[in-house]
Structure formats: structure tokens, C-alpha cells
Design a binder for this molecule. Structure first.
Ligand code: NAP
Length: 285
């Protein structure tokens, strides 16, 4: 049993399996979620629950956030009983949410003033990889602090890579998700083209999966298209958010513009469904 005490904030689709990996590894884990009902799944596997983010900080050596976006992150840090209002020091706070590099650069010095350390450590991979501890974790911040946190991160990921200064993990994550957006839209457009010209989606997906272009994403999302299964693993609203963040960081390339606009428009109707529901939006154009 490890002695590093973990605090976990954010029990969404990713937060639950990631926190469960740490419980399985023997770390004592204290959880907090805005919607308290979601805490019971973790409590039944051995976690304690805290009433506020400040209480999580008090009870932990390392606090990890896995929440939606900048707004949620700000709420956890600066809201009533937020992390920055707690009078505890010597802690490492790791934000694994996909957020802007800017918010990490804003929060890191505030944590430092408090006597704590901030790392941005977003992840690539989805629910399946989270359940298997096979995420790719890209980290911005002080290398010596990452060194201390690495044994914890390694329980959730197959790769933990230091990118550079604070916010650089967030930038790397936006870059990979730009490609994810292109990939999802590209797959959807190819399936639609094939279908409109008499090639069954299942046949096209089989060709794709066996071609040099085949990959894990195409396998999972190809199956989703064939089975008409659009329940979110990675919600379309999150890739729409990521492409907004990338645009705010200066993404103005041709594909970047197209993917940004498609996902913003698709979000209104299909935001709560999976990223690959972009095919439903494109099919209606
Ligand atoms: P999710 O299922 O939508 O969960 C979002 C979490 O954030 C919930 O715990 C939610 O609390 C919390 N939250 C939202 N707004 C909040 C606020 N204002 N104050 C406090 N808590 C708030 O999201 P997810 O799929 O787990 O994704 C989490 C992050 O990981 C996102 O940044 C996403 O882009 C990124 N990501 C996701 C995937 C994926 O495949 N799903 C993969 C890689 C990265 P409530 O339960 O109270 O709503």
C-alpha cells in the first residue's frame, strides 16, 4: 500500500475509471464531485468522499482534477471552498482536464504563492484506455515535481512524457485533438461518400480497418457507425470545445477552419453524443 494520499476531483466518464486505477493500485483516495451522487461508485470501491475541493486538498498529498473545461477548472480553484482558498501547502495539484494553456499559466503561480505546485497533465485515449491504465499523459511544469508525481501517473498511463513549461502539456493535447477532429470528420465523410455511391458502411469499414490507414480509433468508431451506437465515450461537445481552444491559440489552417466550424455547428444538436456523431450532422448537410 502506497503512502501517497490522492485527492480526486471530477468523476465524469474519464474521472471514474482513472480514479479507480489508483484505488486498485492501493493509493488511499479521497474524491469530490459537484454532483455528489457520482461519488458513491467510488466509495463502494474504497474511496473516501470530501465535502469540498478545499477539504480534498487538506486530506491529500497529490490532488488530481479531471473536469470538463476552463470554467469547471476555475470553479474548482476559485469557487467557495475552492483549492486556492485552502490554507495547506506542500501539495502537488495536477490538472488532467483538457483546458487552455492560458488557464494553466494563470493558476500555476497562484498555487506557488500558496506553497503548492501545479502540473498540467492532459491525456490522450478514451474510456477504454482509462479503464486499462493505458492513457498517454503529456505534462507541463517543473520536471522535479513531475518526478515526484510520476509513480501515480504511471498507474493511469502507458506513457508519461514531459513536454516543457507550464501549459505545454495543454498545447500538446490541443495538437493531438486537432488531428482527432480531422480524423473523425474524415472517417465520417469517407463513409458517407461510400454509402452514397452504393458501398455498404460495413464493407467500407472492413476495408479501412485492413488497410494501411487502419487504427484503433477507426476500429472503435467504425463499429459505432455500423451499429448506429452514438452514446458518448468522448462527447462531441468536448471536441467542439478543444477546437475552440485551438482556434483561440491561433489555429487558422484550412482543415482547422473546416473542422472547427463543423463541430461547432454539430454541437447544438449532437453535443451530448459521441464525437463520431459528426457523421449524423454531415449526413444532414
Ligand atoms: P464528463 O463525463 O462530461 O465529466 C465532466 C466532469 O467535470 C464531471 O465530473 C462534472 O461534474 C465536472 N464539471 C463540469 N463542470 C463543472 C463545474 N462548473 N464545476 C465543477 N465540476 C464540473 O467529461 P469526461 O469525458 O470525463 O472528460 C473530462 C475531461 O477530459 C475533459 O476536459 C475532456 O475534454 C477530457 N478528455 C476526455 C476524453 C474522453 O474520451 N471522454 C478523452 C481525453 C480527454 P458533474 O458530474 O457534477 O457534472
Amino acid at each position: 500500500m502506497s503512502t501517497i494520499k490522492i485527492g480526486w476531483i471530477g468523476l465524469g466518464r474519464m474521472g471514474i475509471p482513472m480514479a479507480q486505477q489508483l484505488i486498485k493500485a492501493g493509493f488511499p483516495v479521497t474524491v469530490y464531485n459537484r454532483n455528489k451522487a457520482k461519488e458513491s461508485a467510488l466509495q463502494s470501491t474504497g474511496a473516501k468522499a470530501a465535502a469540498t475541493p478545499a477539504e480534498v486538498l487538506q486530506q491529500s498529498d497529490i490532488v488530481i482534477l479531471m473536469v470538463s473545461d476552463d470554467e469547471a477548472t476555475r470553479e474548482i480553484f476559485t469557487g467557495t471552498n475552492g483549492l486556492l482558498h485552502a490554507n495547506f501547502s506542500g501539495k502537488i495539484i495536477i490538472n488532467m482536464s483538457t483546458v487552455s494553456p492560458g488557464i494553466s499559466r494563470e493558476l500555476a503561480p497562484l498555487c506557488e504563492q500558496q506553497g503548492n505546485y501545479y502540473l498540467d497533465a492532459p491525456v490522450s485515449g478514451s474510456v477504454k484506455q482509462a479503464e486499462e491504465g493505458q492513457l498517454v499523459i503529456m505534462v507541463g511544469g517543473e520536471a522535479s515535481i513531475l518526478h515526484q508525481a510520476k509513480p501515480v501517473l504511471e498507474r493511469m498511463g502507458k506513457l508519461v512524457i514531459h513536454i516543457g513549461d507550464t501549459g505545454s502539456g495543454n498545447t500538446a493535447k490541443l495538437a493531438i485533438n486537432i488531428l482527432l477532429g480531422f480524423h473523425a470528420q474524415g472517417l465520417a465523410e469517407a463513409v458517407l461518400f461510400a454509402q452514397q455511391h452504393g458501398v455498404k458502411p460495413e464493407n467500407f469499414i472492413t476495408i479501412f480497418n485492413n488497410s494501411a490507414l487502419g487504427n484503433i480509433f477507426g476500429k472503435i468508431k467504425g463499429d459505432a457507425i455500423i451499429n448506429n451506437q452514438y452514446q458518448a465515450a468522448f462527447a462531441l461537445k468536448h471536441i467542439a470545445k478543444d477546437l475552440r481552444l485551438a482556434k483561440a491559440e491561433g489555429l487558422t489552417t484550412p482543415l482547422g477552419e473546416v473542422a472547427h466550424n463543423s463541430f461547432q455547428q454539430a454541437e447544438t444538436k449532437f453535443g451530448e453524443e459521441d464525437i463520431i456523431a459528426i457523421i449524423k450532422y454531415l449526413g444532414q448537410q
